[in-house]
Design a protein around this ligand. Sequence first.
Ligand SMILES: NC(=O)c1ccc[n+]([C@@H]2O[C@H](COP(=O)([O-])OP(=O)(O)OC[C@H]3O[C@@H](n4cnc5c(N)ncnc54)[C@H](O)[C@@H]3O)[C@@H](O)[C@H]2O)c1
Length: 288
Amino acid sequence: MAIKEIHKVAVIGSGSMGHQIAMLCSLGGFETHIQDLEQDALNQAKEQLEKHMNKWIQKEKITEIKKDEAFARLHMTTSLEDAVRNADLVIEAVVEKLDVKREVFSKLDGLVPEHTILATNSSTIVNSKLAEFTTRPDRVLNMHFFYPPLVMDCVEVVMSEQTSKETAQTALEFCDRIGRTGVLLEKEIYGFIANRLLFAISKEALYLYEEGYADFKDIDLITKKALKHPIGPFELMDLSGIDVGYYGNMQLYQETGDPKDKPAKSVEDKVKAGNLGRKTGKGWYDYT
Ligand SMILES: NC(=O)c1ccc[n+]([C@@H]2O[C@H](COP(=O)([O-])OP(=O)(O)OC[C@H]3O[C@@H](n4cnc5c(N)ncnc54)[C@H](O)[C@@H]3O)[C@@H](O)[C@H]2O)c1
């Protein structure tokens, strides 16, 4: 299906990612329906998006008229049937649980028209694991947005062996239409590209720290000064939540069984102590 045939978009799941992805779609001019099981999640989404768009107006990133038009195109519902009726593209952003996503994909397959593209925003689940629960594996792919989607300008568009070139091309053009840089991954790989690079850096940083080559603060300093990264690996762990990396690592270790994929000891200690980073006031650094 070509991009010009995409008129209606549905986003499933209205959490941290889903509500902002839906806003991007409506700002991009698409009739957008967002669905969540929880009315509360939808209410919160509406409130947060109002605040966000008002800030954009203050910063002159958007006009009041554009904001009103975008909200007029954005519809919220707890009914999956209503949300996806006649949708041309569905972006799934529900909880990161394989069985839940499989159920959603299987339901979607029976509800949407034949031409509809089904995308998942999952960070760790490759689309082929969901495509097998549909009758349209050529129209299934990952569209991996970054947090927060209203700020981060990158979407990893990931093809499985069965995703058609046309589907990938349409997804890339769709990213362009919503003001995001879509980048193609021609094969599936766990963690995709950005998170794998991030993973590699933090793994090496933890090794250097744990082996006593340098203090974590100095490793952060070198990363910023010498490599011009805006933030060091330990600061980043604190920002995104030390537990998030830990559980991601645990999942990888469970999949591969390879001891080198096990979370680092120092990370495990922090998770056990409840020092998870900025959100708990203490992680690698003290924020109290
Ligand atoms: N948070 C991140 O930094 C980030 C970044 C990139 C990708 N992702 C991916 O985005 C997806 C969502 O993550 P999130 O952080 O927004 O999660 P979240 O927990 O904030 O939101 C998930 C939402 O899905 C809803 N939900 C659960 N089951 C549902 C169902 N069957 N139908 C409809 N709604 C359902 C929940 O009520 C909740 O509102 C995950 O797959 C995650 O891997 C997250």
